[in-house]
Design a protein around this ligand. Structure first.
Ligand code: ADP
Ligand code: MG
Length: 212
């Protein structure tokens, strides 16, 4: 049974920020093919802002819900692209799922993760198969839930979520975009991975490393 403290969550966001900074070019390239080439910039700016905001918080005097809510606000303020409100909603929902808890246990982490995926889906109204980040998040959340229900440990469940997200992102190559900017391309979006699904894998992998 793990005990995820506010300090661990803040470190998780710093790890995501470092991973997004490293993937910035690759994510902009993916978005350049089917969008407007700014997705890497958006994710880098957004998580750098989250990391900065969290540097101003004393984790010992905070709680998991406050960490997620700070992340939500700073991400939303920093990101003008459509990923801004989507991830802000995800972090706000995780904050709500963590409300009142001084630390997160295994089931709490699972609930926060599932709340994030649902928040993105509620905010963006994308269904699986529409070539968005939902094609990574929805299978990841399902894998996490099924793994926990089957008695898997949190690290195992997180690993399965990473694998499901990666498979989901790969599968977006064979999808035609019908949501977001790349929907304008129609059939021409075929054959290319969705940038939002690619960054979701990076985020979920960082989460698994930090929380597993
Ligand atoms: P923008 O399209 O405004 O430039 P970004 O480049 O930051 O925003 O993000 C693009 C990604 O956002 C897409 O690859 C897709 O995964 C995701 N996206 C766009 N619209 C939606 C939506 N309605 N629901 C879920 N994800 C979406
Ligand atoms: Mg873009």
């Amino acid at each position: 049974m793990s005990e995820i403290t506010p300090a661990i969550l803040a470190q998780m966001f710093r790890d995501i920020a470092a991973a997004m900074a490293a993937a910035k070019g690759e994510l902009c390239e993916l978005d350049g093919v089917i969008g407007d080439a700014d997705h890497g910039i958006a994710m880098d700016l957004g998580f750098a802002a989250v990391a900065r905001a969290l540097d101003g918080i004393d984790p010992a005097a905070s709680d998991p819900s406050a960490i997620f809510n700070t992340a939500a606000k700073s991400f939303l303020n920093a990101v003008g692209a459509s990923s801004g409100p989507l991830y802000a909603t995800a972090f706000m929902r995780a904050g709500a799922a963590a409300k009142g808890k001084p630390v997160l246990g295994d089931d709490d982490v699972c609930a926060c993760f599932i709340a994030m995926a649902k928040g993105i889906q509620d905010r963006g109204k994308a269904e699986p198969g529409e070539k968005t980040m939902i094609d990574a998040w929805a299978p990841a959340a399902r894998a996490m839930e099924e793994a926990r229900a089957a008695g898997a440990s949190l690290p195992d469940a997180l690993d399965r979520a990473v694998a499901a997200a990666a498979a989901g992102a790969e599968a977006t190559r064979a999808m035609v975009a019908t949501k977001g900017r790349s929907a304008r391309l129609g059939e021409r979006s075929l054959g290319h991975m969705d940038p939002g699904a690619a960054s979701a894998v990076i985020m979920i992998r960082s989460m698994a490393r930090a929380l597993g």
